[in-house]
Design a protein around this ligand. Structure first.
Ligand code: SF4
Length: 701
């Protein structure tokens, strides 16, 4: 708290962390944020969590990149070996002119050799306009679709199932719509830690008598508010959900009218479910048949029900099947397209919805329009006044790392992503980055990925940008610059434009509003949404008129598919890619913590957040620790077939006795050294949520 003497400016903008998209009033003095207050945004109604309230000071950290850097010719071999406090052992400072010429020149050289050889990772931490420009730069500048971003690591499987089953990859209802629900399922997510403001709505729902069904292999905190708490076995999701749907069919609790009017493939779905009785599935999912039937009755009895899910659902080789099951469950109970009902994958990063909408994915142009459709490509190249580009889907995040090892990708442009921490089997990814002939990294800190760069371009934090951002609710909001970037750092869109010009592209943007205007030409989702309107207020897409604040609920009158019908897609039970055995007898689950954000580059440089959680840690059941002879606070060695990390152990009764939970924000015990790069065949998302692991007592590292 403070008074007006503590600040000389107030700026309204949006939180840079999670997909909830809380609106914040920043109190600024001498170009520094002094403190913040939550304001009445559509998603947060004045509420904030600890990250939004205290996590802004990383922008003033001495590690901020303030000048362009070029790798020195006499630098040591590339590796995770640059001291962020002493960059000049590996890099030298350069002018913007020199750095941009070197960055673009290296990429152009590879383009002009036999292959395109170049791939790009854009960022869900950038604005919609910056995401749009990034995908345009790769497609127009290199002629192919090798462009992706972190959606591949969080909800690609959910989007894949949603597009297939209901015809659209975004949520069908805002999370705030739970106010009108009387039953809700929250599965495979830990919103109290990862979407804390959304969790406040879930808790209020339960307190006023809403029936809350919480399903997760961990006993997540929201379970305290649940009427049904299903702590299923890791990897048992499809068996559990099919058993619940079996019970709904068996007891004829489904919504026959809704199914007849709005869906297809119901008979095949019913037939499929016959093989998944609760009795048969109980040993696989670890939930007793009575509990499965009780949850089925509660959900089906609700007049309006919502289903929320997170990366516990999506990050499996059966992630798309998991999401299909949830969609099937909503459809058979008629829970789409009415108040208090809907499907809602809780999106992770502040702009992962917007970056995906803007086409930062290898199979889709903006608004999920297929790159394989000639008419779609020509609509874009007409606006871009450029030649056609490849009609083949590009490579996804993990596929790009494999392609580097195979010599098919030799250069990369990485903006605000950190694959040297975030990729599965990360030693494989780090070796790939070291192999690149030319790596351009654009970021605010020397991330682990920037350790491998040939050219580093210093960019701006979210608090230093102009641009729009789209939250998990499909709400498009205006991000305003609160401070100016430090030193010579620049806004990302400016850097993208300068690189594009040096790649010979016809770009002439002076402001992100011009980019937004161009996006609207081929993005129907932005109809009736203008930059000027967003300056005044947030708008939820779709907006049906210039006055319509937008539609919190969609598909009340049918789906954007043939004949307006959604489709049931049966899912079979398939085992995880690797299962525990005598050598690796336990299951490793990775995830986030309340105070730390993704690869830690921001929150570990934020004083308050890092003070609360300063050290890498893992959690195990007290009985498991006791059997290992490890006291809480002592250290354990976690080993999988990919590698080993040593980390401090905590006791947590919420973790199943044969599981280990490991947060992925800590470079000193990088969780992804351990994870499995096996992919879901549809969404191409890795199986972060299930690796076979062995645990042994260790000394402090
Ligand atoms: Fe920021 Fe998410 Fe917390 Fe809101 S809930 S303040 S958007 S991190």
């Amino acid at each position: 708290a403070g008074d007006s003497a503590d600040y000389d400016r107030e700026v309204d903008s949006v939180c840079p962390y999670c997909g909830v998209g809380c609106q914040i009033k920043f109190k600024v003095k001498d170009n520094k944020i002094k403190y913040v207050e939550g304001i009445d945004g559509p998603a947060n109604e004045n509420r904030l969590c600890v990250k939004g309230r205290f996590g802004f000071d990383y922008i003033n950290h001495p590690h901020r990149l303030t000048k362009p850097l070029i790798r020195r010719e006499d630098a040591p071999a590339k590796g995770l070996n640059v001291d962020p406090g002493n960059l000049m052992t590996h890099f030298r400072e350069a002018t913007w002119e020199e750095a941009l010429d070197a960055a673009a020149g290296g990429l152009a050289r590879l383009r002009d050799q036999k292959g395109p050889y170049v791939a790009g990772f854009g960022s869900a931490k950038c604005s919609n306009e910056e995401a749009y420009l990034f995908q345009k730069l790769i497609r127009q500048g290199f002629g192919h679709n090798n462009v992706d971003h972190c959606t591949r690591l969080c909800h690609a499987s959910s989007v894949s199932a949603l597009i297939e089953n209901v015809g659209s990859g975004a949520v069908t209802a805002t999370f705030n719509e739970i106010k009108n629900a009387d039953v809700a399922i929250v599965i495979g997510c830990n919103p109290i830690e990862n979407h804390p403001v959304a969790a406040t709505y879930f808790k209020q729902f339960a307190k006023r008598g809403g029936k809350l069904i919480v399903m997760d292999p961990r006993g997540v905190g929201l379970g305290r508010f649940a009427t049904h708490r299903l702590q299923f076995k890791a990897g048992g999701d499809v068996s559990m959900l099919n058993a619940i749907m079996h019970a709904i069919v068996e007891e004829e609790l489904y919504d026959a009218d809704y199914i007849a009017q709005f869906t297809e493939n119901w008979e095949a779905m019913k037939e499929h479910l016959k093989g998944f009785s609760p009795e048969k599935m109980a040993p696989i999912c670890g939930i007793e048949p009575d509990a499965l039937r009780a949850a089925a009755r509660t959900f089906a009895a609700g007049k309006a029900g919502m289903i929320f899910w997170g990366m516990g659902v999506s990050q499996h080789i059966h992630g798309t099947d998991n999401a299909r099951c949830l969609i099937n469950l909503a459809l058979m109970t008629g829970n789409v397209g009415k108040p208090g009902a809907g499907l809602h994958p809780l999106r992770g990063q502040n702009n992962v919805q917007g970056a995906s909408d803007a086409g930062l994915i290898p199979m889709f142009l903006p608004d999920y329009q297929s790159v394989m459709d000639d008419g779609v490509r020509s609509a874009f190249t007409e606006v871009w006044q450029s030649e056609d580009f490849s009609n083949e889907k590009g490579l996804t995040v993990v596929e790009i790392m494999h392609a580097i090892h195979d010599g098919d990708i030799r250069g990369m442009y990485i903006l605000g992503e950190n694959p040297a921490m975030s990729d599965p089997d990360v030693d494989h990814a780090r070796a790939a980055l070291a192999k690149l002939e030319h790596l351009v990294v654009q970021d605010i800190f020397l991330t682990e990925t920037a350790n491998y760069a040939d050219v580093i371009l210093p960019s701006s934090a979210w608090y230093e940008k102009s641009g729009t951002v789209t939250n998990t609710n499909r709400q498009v909001q205006m991000g305003r610059p609160v401070c100016t970037p430090p030193g010579e750092a620049k806004e990302d869109w400016w850097i993208e434009v300068e690189l594009a010009k040096r790649l010979g592209l016809n770009w002439a943007y002076d402001h992100p509003s011009q980019v937004f205007a161009e996006m609207k030409l081929n993005m129907g989702s932005l109809d009736n949404i203008t930059w000027e309107r967003l300056e005044r207020t947030a708008v939820t897409y779709p907006s049906l008129s210039p006055e319509d604040p937008g539609q919190p609920i969609v598909f009340g009158d049918g789906f954007p598919r043939a004949e307006g019908r959604a489709s049931f897609r049966p899912a079979d039970v398939i085992p995880p890619d690797e299962t525990p055995d005598a050598d690796y007898p336990m299951v490793l689950i990775t995830g986030r913590q309340l105070e730390h954000w993704h690869t830690g580059s921001m929150t570990r440089r934020s004083k308050v957040l890092d003070a609360v959680e300063p050290e890498a840690n893992c959690s195990m059941h007290p009985k498991t620790l006791s059997a290992l002879g490890v006291a809480p606070g002592e250290y354990v060695e976690l080993s999988t077939r990919r590698g080993t990390v040593t980390v401090m152990a905590r006791a947590d009764r919420a973790v199943a006795e044969d599981n280990v939970f490991l947060p992925f924000a800590y470079v000193e015990a990088a969780a992804n050294i351990l994870t499995n790069a096996a992919l879901d065949p549809y969404g191409k998302i890795p199986e972060f949520k299930y690796s076979a692991v062995k645990v042994a007592k260790a000394s402090a590292p």
